[in-house]
Design a protein around this ligand. Sequence first.
Ligand SMILES: [Zn+2]
Length: 138
Amino acid sequence: MEWLNVLGKTPPPDEYLTPEQVLHLRSILVEQATSLLDAGKQAVTDLTTVREVDPDDLDLAATESSREFSLRLVDRERRMTSKIQHALERIDEGTYGTCEVCGAAIMYRRLVARPVATQCIDCKTEAEQLERPKTRAL
Ligand SMILES: [Zn+2]
């Protein structure tokens, strides 16, 4: 499968995801997107299938209406949806399961608990400290 080629460098089997693990996490992501938008399943379909469509053939009106729908979701749901979409895109790109900051493998167990994770524990902790110095100081 493609993501193995992209990961390259004979990943240690305990750290990088196997194709089966990626498929499992992908199904979790799709499931989360579905329950998140259970009033708008069509939007989920749009989000998860858009990459299979030739951009030249995209119906712009349909794309706009599903986007409009997404914009109407409450902020938290919208951000979660975009995180899920981002994770699905990374699966397609073959970069899923690696840290976006340092490139290290994200542990499978961490991804099962939080499939939208884009950073390893170390980078995430560091980013949170930078983002919220005041709340952290409590
Ligand atoms: Zn990292």
